[in-house]
Design a protein around this ligand. Structure first.
Ligand SMILES: Cc1ncc(COP(=O)(O)O)c(C=O)c1O
Length: 400
């Protein structure tokens, strides 16, 4: 380990509130395309993309240029004033989706916080308050008080109770359980198209369609959390498009500005009535820098045909990993859509696999004890994916 890395690790140990535990023993100084470089200038193929954030990879010339240009002109000025990039980004997201209106914030949790508040505000301002919100077990919606309350995993809530009242949880992909819980008193149902944080578990199309029908029948709102699955990750701009379901509220973040912090909540004109003036806001949300970065990400996704790329490279990657599964008894399942892929093991080796990958210049994520997650930049090429699969295959075969 070099002195620079040792110094960074010592500082982190001493001063950073260690919520992330022992991090991987590496620190990156720069990146290019799908590669990151550490303090020894060793290169790593980035197959986790900042946890589904670096949509355009690292140092994409158009994105860095747009950010540098905007930073020289105006980073922030507050929402007291009209912001051109914010208006243009809102227009673009509306044109690309079901939505009529967009609210901007700075993270996924904040986007969900806005969505949950909007849903309750909608019924309150209509004069028929509803507060019950149904979410799925094993879901993940963020770390704020309302979003841990929406998250269907006890471990995120237990130390921080009492949580926000009004949330109930049902097993994911279980239509009968959803039917039993959603009725005329339900304010909203919140679901992820793929449960990314609990192991990359995709929703069934029939489940999402049943959720939409139930919401229509009872008047409840359908909130689709696309913080991880949105912005091209699954091969369409938003994953719900492939599930044949239109949400009432959609949340986005992660890849939306390619690494500059941003969150967005999209909704219809009707549901937008749930926020009156002063009901919600954000100091940083939708500032010129973040919005300019996001506009550039959306432009590049279109110019470089990245949705098509995600589809073809995603299919290649999934097929190649499924083939590897046939000859590798350790792998029990390959799950996911597009460039969001979970590799399930039949024993608790995920941390070992992740460390071995790191040592050999591959960055992957681990979830729990038995899943590796891949969420590489959307610019990943077939030949880069081939190189990943051949290296990963070689490494996995060294584990007993
Ligand atoms: C589906 C989903 N919702 C919400 C969040 C929270 O986003 P953030 O960490 O930006 O607050 C995440 C983060 O992993 C997520 O995957």
């Amino acid at each position: 380990m070099n002195d620079q890395l040792q110094h960074i690790m010592d500082l982190d140990d001493k001063y950073y509130l260690g919520v992330f535990g022992k991090r991987s023993p590496v620190s990156f100084t720069h990146g290019n395309g799908i590669y990151l470089y550490d303090t020894d200038n060793k290169s790593y193929m980035d197959m986790i993309g900042g946890i589904a954030v670096n949509a355009l990879g690292h140092s994409h010339p158009k994105l860095t240029q747009a950010i540098a240009d905007q930073a020289q002109k105006l980073i922030h000025c507050s929402n007291y004033y009209y912001i051109e990039a914010q208006s243009l980004l809102a227009e673009k997201l509306v044109n690309l989706s079901f939505a009529d209106k967009v609210f901007f914030c700075n993270s996924g949790a904040e986007a969900n916080e806005a969505a949950l508040k909007l849903a309750r505000g909608y019924f309150y301002h209509k004069g028929s308050p509803r507060t019950k919100i149904v979410s799925a077990l094993k879901s993940f919606h963020g770390r704020t008080m309302a979003t841990i309350s929406a998250t269907g995993q006890d471990k995120f809530r237990t130390p921080f109770g009492p949580t926000v009242p009004g949330f109930t949880y049902v097993p994911f992909n279980d239509i009968a359980a959803l039917k039993a819980e959603v009725d005329e008193t339900t304010c909203a149902v919140i679901l992820e198209p793929i449960q990314g944080e609990s192991g990359v578990f995709p929703a069934d199309k029939a489940y999402f369609q049943a959720a939409r029908e139930l919401c229509d029948a009872t008047g409840a709102l359908l909130i689709v959390d696309e913080i991880q699955t949105g912005i091209g990750r699954t091969g369409s701009l938003f994953a719900h498009e492939q599930l044949g379901v239109t949400p009432d509220i959609l949340t986005s973040a992660k890849g939306l500005a390619g690494g500059v912090p941003i969150g967005a909540m999209l909704t219809t004109d009707e549901v937008a009535t749930g926020f009156h003036i002063g009901d919600h806001g954000s100091t940083f949300g939708g500032n010129p820098l973040a919005c300019r970065a996001s506009l550039t990400v959306l432009e590049v996704i279109c110019e470089e045909h990245l949705l098509e790329n995600v589809n073809s490279v995603g299919i290649y990657l999934k097929n190649a990993l499924e083939e590897l599964m046939i000859t590798t008894p350790l792998i029990s399942e390959v799950r996911g859509m597009g460039l969001l892929i979970g590799i399930g093991f039949n024993s608790p080796i995920a941390a070992e696999v992740k460390a071995l990958c790191l040592e050999n210049g591959l960055l992957v994520g681990s979830i729990g004890a038995d899943t590796i997650r891949l969420a590489p930049p959307l610019i990943l090429t077939i030949s880069e994916a081939q190189l990943f699969v051949s290296t990963f295959s070689r490494l996995i075969k060294t584990i007993q």
